[in-house]
Design a protein around this ligand. Structure first.
Ligand code: SF4
Length: 299
């Protein structure tokens, strides 16, 4: 296929060959791969954006809590803090990005409709970052779609060369991947070069290497929901560093290889089994008992 890419290096070559952005190459590849027109591919991405937007809108108003961990209502609290930012250290963009990220993952925990982009557990980072920054730039829908296509290209490389599954690679493959994708998408929305988008992704992912999957009671609620909010801040930070002229010493492809290397050596206790880390703390075990799950050890 003409626009196929499996690595960041392939993708960079394509952007140079056709003199186009990552988002355009990603869109052309998706059209080619799915045998759809460019227009239909864009329409599909618009649908993704609309579902994300609905989750954000619903989540920031919700005061509903989940049954087992009591998660919920935090997006609403944080969004309300935007009315008076003088007590917050983050600015309007970062606090709003966190609120949006929480909103999506709270909706996920409440069985609402979300886009698993790249996964359900990490679904809040990308809409959190891209929607909040788009509001700041007064960016049109077209610019937001570009950010989403660039994020998708980065996710595809991670899926090809490592994994997007927490069962295989821990939380580095969920929140870490989402941070890399969001950082690259944001950099493209800021008119960064393809190399800068990939440097943003590399800096974002590097910061999440080795992150384990340790959900309380095996539910995608704690620590998952708040990890999305912090991930949104990390993605904005990675993009800011790159836009200030900072480069990633390690290229994105090598960072993905490092992630894969960690995944191969990661104990199954830290891969979605709820048998290690936070999942076996006193609090984690209380949730297990409530759920009627077997408690194996406590740290
Ligand atoms: S802790 Fe596990 S379930 Fe929760 S977001 Fe991370 S990878 Fe997903």
């Amino acid at each position: 296929m003409e626009f196929e890419f499996k690595t960041a290096e392939d993708l960079l070559k394509l952007t140079k060959k056709y003199d186009h952005s990552i988002s355009t190459i990603a869109k052309w590849y998706e059209a080619e791969r799915s045998n759809k027109s460019e227009g239909a591919t864009r329409t599909q991405m618009k649908m993704v954006r609309d579902v994300m937007y609905e989750a954000v809108k619903k989540g920031i108003k919700s005061n509903q809590h989940t049954e087992w961990t009591g998660s919920g209502g935090d997006a609403h609290k944080l969004f309300n803090s935007l009315k008076d930012l003088k007590n917050m250290m983050g600015n309007k963009v970062t606090v709003r990005a966190m609120a949006y990220a929480l909103a999506v993952n709270e909706q996920n925990a409440l069985m609402g409709k979300i886009v698993a982009f790249p996964t359900a557990g990490g679904a809040g980072v990308i809409p959190g970052v891209l929607f909040s920054c788009a509001e700041h730039f007064h960016a049109g829908k077209r610019r937001l779609i570009k950010g989403l296509f660039t994020a998708a290209a980065v996710g595809l490389i991670i899926a090809e060369r490592a994994s997007l599954s927490a069962a295989k690679a821990g939380c580095q493959a969920e929140i870490g991947a989402a941070v890399a994708m969001a950082a690259a998408g944001l950099t493209e929305m800021r008119s960064g070069t393809p190399q800068q988008c990939l440097d943003s992704a590399a800096i974002g992912l590097k910061s999440y290497l080795g992150l384990v999957c340790d959900p309380l009671g095996g539910l995608v609620e704690v620590p998952c929901i708040k990890r999305n909010a912090i991930g949104a801040m990390a993605a904005i930070g990675a993009s800011d560093m790159v836009m200030a002229g900072i480069k990633s010493k390690v290229p994105f492809d090598e960072v993905v290889s490092a992630m894969n290397n960690i995944a191969k050596h990661m104990s199954s206790k830290f891969r979605e089994t709820a048998l290690g880390s936070l999942a076996i703390t006193k609090t984690g075990n209380e949730i297990k008992r409530k759920l009627g799950l077997k408690v194996t050890e406590e740290i």
